[in-house]
Structure formats: structure tokens, C-alpha cells
Design a protein around this ligand. Structure first.
Ligand code: G1P
Length: 285
């Protein structure tokens, strides 16, 4: 089975970023001059995926506009010979299709993913959370797709999480097969520290087998009163093998002011021009 499709849930309220998210999707926050979701879509595309479904909600129109053509702007840039800018706004090749669907009620990540059922059909697919970006030599999604080639099973991206943050994550219990691969024994969404089975937290990348949709139909509201993807994974794990993969790279959670600022500083550090202009090295000393 080959992976051809990706789903990007981007429907959450973004409460960690209020009041800004009253009128602006958190996925449109800039990391330097591109919105967070640009990096997420780019990761999928550069990993070889050409069909991408973004799940949005009320108040998220800016995401749809960002991936659409803007004929007036293109004409204006063309007339003024601004070719560099013109190239920059035509983000992806014409054979990349970005589809949208709206989640009418924000009932949680599990519910958002369940809306992708028609789009996905009966094939394995990738889920990339819309506010997690990962900097790595080889894209994290591609790394996971390579593991999938061999395992042909659900693969969940994970990393070690500091104790004080464990309650914010889905957490796995697993048997270590290799330095970066676990066979999952159980999963739990946002456990209390004392109940957490390990310090291995789920980050925003998943390769899911299509049977996840049957499991999503069965779950009840869980942590935070929401329909949780992790709870559907618990059901799926009872019927098929599931792996957790520690990707090579650095993950940034941009969905809160601290994480977003940190991401911008680190991306600016990577840009020679910005690093010099802002005297970032001196600033951070
Ligand atoms: C979601 C998932 C959780 C995962 C986290 C990673 O939670 O439900 O399992 O650990 O993303 O960012 P959220 O951050 O949307 O509450």
C-alpha cells in the first residue's frame, strides 16, 4: 500500500493564543514571512503527497485564501516585473491539489479526522497537525513513510517530553524495538503525570490505516470533553499492530505565544541576513 493523501486538521479555536485567534487562525501566524500551515503543507508535498485535505472551521477563511490564486495580485506583480515575488506566491506545482472541508462544530481532533473519511477512502494516509512544524534534514513525514513501507501499519510520530508537560500530550507505552522505534502496547490522551505510562509523547504526525474511521465512529468524548484521536487509536491498537517512531528533527509547537516566538527566533537564526541584522547572537547571550 502506498501513501498518496494527507489530512491537516486546522479547525481548533486556538484558545492558547487568544485574543488574537478571535479573528485570525493560529495556523496563519507567521514564521518569518510564511504562515505556520505553509511549512506543514510543504512537508507533505516534499514528502511526495499531492492530495491534501485541510479541515477548517468558521473564522478560518484566511487559510483557504492563502492556498488559492490571487489573480489581481499576480497581475500586479507581473506588470511590475516582480518575478521573484510572483514565484513566491505560486507556492506549489499545479499537480498538487489542496482540498478543504469545514468542521461545523468543533468537537475535537478525533471528530475533525473523521470528516476525512470520504476523501481518504480505503487507503492509509498521513495526518499532520496544523500547528506543529518540524525542522529536519529529511522531512519527518517522509521518514515515517519509509518506516511504513516496511511495516505497512499505523505509525505515530513521538518524542520524549519533559515531565512537567506530559499532561498536554497523548502518551504511549511501548516495547522498544530499535533506538527510534517502539511497538505500541497502549496509549492514553493527556494523562496525569502519575498515570502516564512513559515520557514518550505523541507529536503532530501520524500515518493511519483506514480502519481508524471505524474506530472514530465508536469513541465517546474523552479528555477535555472532546472526541480524541488517541482514543480511536486505543481501539485500533487492539486489532492491529501499531508503531511509534522517534523522528530525526526538531519539533516546534507554534500554537502558543512562547512556542511561536521561540520558533521565529530559531528560524531567524538560520537566516544569515536576519541573524546579522537583528544581532541575534548578541541578543541571546
Ligand atoms: C493533540 C493530540 C495529542 C498530541 C498533541 C501534539 O493534542 O490530541 O495526543 O500529543 O496534539 O501536539 P492538542 O495539542 O491538540 O490538545
Amino acid at each position: 500500500m502506498k501513501i498518496r493523501k494527507a489530512v491537516i486538521p486546522a479547525a481548533g479555536f486556538g484558545t492558547r493564543f487568544l485574543p488574537l485567534t478571535k479573528s485570525m487562525p493560529k495556523e496563519m501566524l507567521p514564521i518569518i514571512n510564511k504562515p505556520v500551515i505553509h511549512y506543514v503543507v510543504e512537508e507533505a508535498v516534499r514528502s511526495g503527497i499531492k492530495d491534501i485535505l485541510i479541515i477548517t472551521a468558521t473564522g478560518k477563511r484566511a487559510i483557504e485564501d492563502y492556498f488559492d490564486h490571487n489573480a489581481d495580485l499576480e497581475q500586479h506583480l507581473g506588470k511590475n516585473n516582480k518575478n521573484k515575488e510572483l514565484n513566491e506566491i505560486n507556492i506549489f506545482a499545479d499537480d498538487v491539489y489542496i482540498h478543504f472541508i469545514r468542521q461545523k462544530e468543533q468537537k475535537g481532533l478525533g471528530h475533525a479526522v473523521s470528516l476525512a473519511k470520504k476523501f481518504v477512502g480505503n487507503e492509509p494516509f498521513v495526518v499532520l497537525l496544523g500547528d506543529d512544524i518540524i525542522k529536519s534534514k529529511k522531512h519527518a513525514t517522509k521518514q515515517m513513510m519509509d518506516v511504513f513501507e516496511e511495516k505497512q501499519a499505523t505509525i505515530i510520530g513521538v518524542e520524549e517530553v519533559p515531565k512537567e508537560r506530559i499532561e498536554k500530550y497523548g502518551v504511549i507505552d511501548g516495547e522498544k524495538l530499535k533506538e527510534n522505534l517502539y511497538l505500541i502496547k497502549s496509549l492514553v490522551e493527556k494523562p496525569k503525570l502519575k498515570d502516564a505510562p512513559s515520557n514518550i509523547g505523541i507529536i503532530g504526525r501520524y500515518i493511519l490505516m483506514p480502519q481508524i474511521f471505524e474506530c472514530l465512529e465508536k469513541i465517546k468524548p474523552g479528555a477535555g470533553g472532546e472526541l480524541q484521536l488517541t482514543d480511536a487509536l486505543v481501539l485500533l491498537q487492539k486489532t492491529q499492530e501499531m508503531y511509534a517512531f522517534v523522528f530525526d528533527g526538531k519539533r516546534y509547537d507554534t500554537g502558543n505565544p512562547e512556542g511561536w516566538l521561540k520558533t521565529n527566533i530559531e528560524y531567524a537564526m538560520d537566516d544569515e541576513c536576519l541573524r546579522e541584522k537583528l544581532k541575534l547572537k548578541e541578543l541571546l547571550e
